[in-house]
Design a protein around this ligand. Sequence first.
Ligand SMILES: Cc1cc2nc3c(=O)[nH]c(=O)nc-3n(C[C@H](O)[C@H](O)[C@H](O)COP(=O)(O)OP(=O)(O)OC[C@H]3O[C@@H](n4cnc5c(N)ncnc54)[C@H](O)[C@@H]3O)c2cc1C
Length: 596
Amino acid sequence: MSTYVAPLKDMRFVMNELAGLAEVAKLPGFEDATPDTVDAILDEAAKFACGVLDPLNRSGDQEGSKWHDGKVTTPKGFRDAYKQFTEAGWPALALDPEWGGQGLPRLVATAVDEMWCSANMSFSLCPMLTQGALHALELRGSAALQKQFLPKMASGEWTGTMNLTEPQAGSDLALLKTRAVREGDHYRISGQKIFITFGEHDYTGNIVHLVLARTPDAPEGVRGISLFVVPKFLLNPDGSLGARNGAICASIEHKLGIHASPTAVMVFENAVGFLVGEENKGLATMFIMMNAARFAVGLEGVAIAERAFQRALAYARERLQGRDLTGGGGAVPIIRHPDVRRMLMLMKSQTEAMRSLAYVVAAATDSAQRHPDKATRQRMLAFVDLMIPVVKGWSTETGIDVASLGIQVHGGMGFIEETGAAQHLRDARITTIYEGTTGIQANDLVGRKIAREGGATVKAWLEHLSEFDAELAKSKHADIARVRGALANAAKALAEAVEYLLATFGKDVKAASAGAVPFLELMGIVAGGWQLARSALIAEKRLAEGKGDKAFYKAKISTARFFADQLLSQAQGLATAVTSGGAGALALDEEQFFAA
Ligand SMILES: Cc1cc2nc3c(=O)[nH]c(=O)nc-3n(C[C@H](O)[C@H](O)[C@H](O)COP(=O)(O)OP(=O)(O)OC[C@H]3O[C@@H](n4cnc5c(N)ncnc54)[C@H](O)[C@@H]3O)c2cc1C
């Protein structure tokens, strides 16, 4: 059975050549991210991911987390792995050193996070949510809350959660009912939350829940939501653990995948909570967490795709079946069959495209926060905002496709749990649902990120693509010429879809929304194709210089060409689905669905 190998060569290529690590390291505060330091971090993370987390992936899936009488026991080895994780200083790579973080760029943390998730997605979820909670407290928590909670969360001594969902309030948080009643300097929180990842576990002495709730006189809808810190154990004045708070785990869910990650039903019974930020401004703060978490979930799509690809590739080399189409002789490894190669290329090219886009967005996040020039910060922030739903929606949908292809490469053995390919698909399946379903990401993309600003950011990006076309035109390579043609056609199709959405959104919002998911996929394909085209140009340059790993660079060009032929070529079809979305998707009314 294959085990995970961190794809450090590709990660370094993407970080250095596409995401511009050298430029990121020049941003104020990131001076420590020297090439040697980053190399050492990646090597150490790879060792930890492969040596500690990967060996627990299968057993964690089989054993699952268990609930008994309000307590949750994680699978054998997880608690110890978490201890090692904190001792090695991994929980807060990108957090400000003021709070005990290591102040590294988001770009570096992204590559490291990808490794945790590829090696063991269930394990990776707890630190991921803690990072989101840390971020929200860092930006909006009062000085007192920051002092009480941030250092212990940064060290991993305590973990964080995100409590949004209630039985009647999933995608629609306007419906949430959990109540918060003021009592002196704190609030009393009562209500039920469901599906709370790592809402209870046995890793740490305390769990810091970030909870959305309503005060009694709050306005209806999302304008009446406030955010509270509700620790499992209250703190004594000296910061030590005090009384048990009324935040109880009533049960955990039995689910399709991520079995080692406990998904808790949380009951808050008059629990003491502390306001984060202002009353009724909770959703805005939660969005800080959500944006980081949406990006992180998009990265899960990349990570699972990478893992599924590695496993399929190993199997394709071992499994003997069928004759070589041109050679005769005995049974050959299935990797010799053109269709298996096509599947492997689909897996490889989409994984690399998704990784490239995610890391470029991570680097843009660093610039949006740290660049000394205000206009650059704003431009980068607009680009990140535009791309977050794409990274989340496209990478997770594609991650599932890639994991499913991984099963196909295995044939019947893929459907059998023993090979591990099935676990990847089961684990990946949640990624298009939590942190906002793909439908919700697509609505965000079309409504908030495009229509609301008259398409300014997406048009600036399309303009950048046409400038990039001039660079591609200088290449002498036949494959790159092909990539150029496909990217130009796809960008044209995207521009048409953008114009349609801008013209339609205000007049017929249902028609625009009906095409929102195809539009998100179209954005993903074009953005991914753009990054692979950049990779191909860089590879051509390095090959001409005679520098580096020739086979790696040649593969980059072939991969870009494959993506152009097989995926960028689908852009026109997706654009048609956008521009005719309303007509098709809304043709049958509710009654007709049942009558037909
Ligand atoms: C394993 C797991 C872990 C989770 N972890 C957490 C966690 O840690 N914290 C937390 O708060 N929540 C968590 N969740 C909850 C998760 O975020 C929600 O399940 C998700 O937001 C979807 O909500 P829902 O399940 O109520 O689906 P619904 O909102 O009922 O959606 C059902 C369908 O309707 C579609 N839909 C709904 N509204 C719209 C709309 N306006 N436009 C278009 N389509 C729409 C959706 O896209 C979806 O296809 C977790 C869930 C699971 C299963």
